[in-house]
Structures are given as structure tokens and as C-alpha cells.
Write a protein that binds this ligand. Sequence first.
Ligand SMILES: Cc1cc2nc3c(=O)[nH]c(=O)nc-3n(C[C@H](O)[C@H](O)[C@H](O)COP(=O)(O)OP(=O)(O)OC[C@H]3O[C@@H](n4cnc5c(N)ncnc54)[C@H](O)[C@@H]3O)c2cc1C
Length: 284
Amino acid sequence: MAKKLNITRRDFMNGVAMSLTAGTALSPFELLAMNHQSSTDALYPPELIGMRGSHPGSFEVAHALARNGARWTEPTDQTDRDYDLVIVGGGISGLSAAYLYKQRHGKDSRILILDNHDDFGGHAKRNEFTVDGKQLICYGGSQSIADPSSWSPVGKKLLKDVGIHTERFYDYFDRNYFKDRKLGRGLYFSRDQYGKDYVSDNILGTEIKDNEQEIIDLINTYPIAETSKTALIKLLSQTENYLLGMGSQEDKINLLRQTSYSDFLRKYVNVSEEVVLLYRDMSR
Ligand SMILES: Cc1cc2nc3c(=O)[nH]c(=O)nc-3n(C[C@H](O)[C@H](O)[C@H](O)COP(=O)(O)OP(=O)(O)OC[C@H]3O[C@@H](n4cnc5c(N)ncnc54)[C@H](O)[C@@H]3O)c2cc1C
């Protein structure tokens, strides 16, 4: 049997693993904040700035494995604990899974959450700033919970249980911010790609029906080939069934499940690569 190592506490910040073990009433974030307060030198990712994403330390092992075929020997030592549940990924899905598991199997459940990043939250992390002595909390990635009313009863209960009051969003978010300042989504054509720097309204997701001429005039200002402009106008104005005669409804759904939007545009709408790239790069 493998020898046990005496590791009593895994440190998420300085290592890559965090254990949510029984007996602590504090959330991982509270533990993290305490750690931060007790040592000003401690790495505290919510305060780090700049483009972080997959930071150094998070991808090297996977790259070595996938690109260089690196292999490692099986460990001979076992950690100090056995776990009831091991979760790979400390984003909202992994954290929710841990929370729901504890609810179902009791607070004494031993759960190990592994993450290859220095902070939990995945694509929905938080940033902290101190401005004039006041701590401000901002989002690092995901901005707000999209469409919480459509969540399943389990999801809604989870939000309530962890103390997230979605209705407070309206107290803090200025929904007219862009409208009041006459700001909108833009489409940027770069000099490198299109010969000149040009910014225009982004019409790619709009319906052409009501303001057809306005949109056509706008497309005609885009620094793209005439054939691409024509294809774009046609794409936005016609409600053509591009999969006509291509099998049953089920066949079409299966086909679309396996087809990216770029490939759909290429193969079935037959637009130029320039139009495909515009759609690929548009902001969503
Ligand atoms: C810029 C941005 C803005 C967004 N805005 C919104 C928004 O406003 N509203 C909204 O509702 N949604 C938004 N989303 C989507 C939302 O953030 C995600 O759907 C959600 O966070 C996904 O959670 P997840 O736990 O499923 O996955 P992730 O958050 O991706 O979590 C996966 C976790 O697994 C870890 N991981 C991955 N591979 C490994 C590995 N090999 N070993 C160990 N750990 C690993 C990652 O580090 C990560 O922590 C946004 C996403 C982005 C990127």
C-alpha cells in the first residue's frame, strides 16, 4: 500500500489544490481573505491586474503532455486524506457541484477541488481595487448572472442558499449607461487586414427588415470587396432555407450540431472567406 504523506492543509494559493474539508464554517473565499490579511506578502489573485487568463504555471504541464508527449511516473506516496469527491475545476460548475454534494451527503463530506490556476472562479472570478481607501469589487470575466429567471429550480435555490440576491443587480447596474452616452457596439476593420483603420456600427446581428436602406448604406462603407458587401446584404435580408432538401428535420439538426457557424457560412451559404471572418470575429 502506498505510504501516506502528512499533508494537513492544502494551500490553494501557493499550490494548485484546495480541499473543502469538514469542520470549517468559512467559505474558501473567506479563508483566502484571512490568509491575505495575515500576510501582506501572500499572493492574492483578486488584487492582481493586467491580462491574466491562463497565467504562467497553469498550462506548462498540459502543454508538455500534449505537445511533447511528456509522461510522469505514478506517485508512490498517497496524500494524507481520502476524499468522497474529487472535482477537477474550481469554476462555478465545480464549486456548485461541491456545494450540492455536501448538501446531499452531509457537511462532513471530504471534497477535493483541483484547479490549475492560482484562483478559483474560472471564467467568473473577481477583482478587487482600493480607491481612496475604499475597497471596490469588480468582475474578472463574467459580469453578471445572465437571465437568472430562466435558471432551473435547483440553480435558483443554489443562488439563494449562497446568498446571491440577483434583484440587487438593478441597484448597481446602470442599464442605460451606453444608451445615455450614445454608445453602441462597433465593428473595427484594421489597417493590416483591410487596408485602413475603420470603425462602424456593428450590424452583423441585426435584422435588415425595418431599416434596410440605412443598413445597406452602412455596409457599403465597409472596406471589403464588393462581392462580400453583396453577400452580406443578401445574408441579412433574405430568409432563405439553406438546408432545403437536405433530409429530415432530425438530419438537419444533427448536421447543425456538428457544424460551426463559420463552416455553415462557407459550405451552405457560400459566402466569401471575408464574410466568414467578419462573423467569426464579431463581438457577441
Ligand atoms: C469574458 C467573459 C465574460 C462572461 N460574461 C458572462 C456574463 O456576464 N454572464 C454570464 O452569465 N456568463 C458570462 N460568461 C460565461 C460564464 O463566465 C461561464 O459560463 C462560467 O463561468 C463557466 O463556469 P464553469 O465552472 O462551467 O467553467 P469555468 O469557469 O471555465 O471553470 C473551469 C475551471 O476548470 C479549471 N480547469 C480547466 N482545466 C483544468 C485542468 N486540466 N486541471 C485543473 N483545472 C482545470 C479552470 O482553471 C477553471 O477554474 C462570460 C465568460 C467570459 C469568458
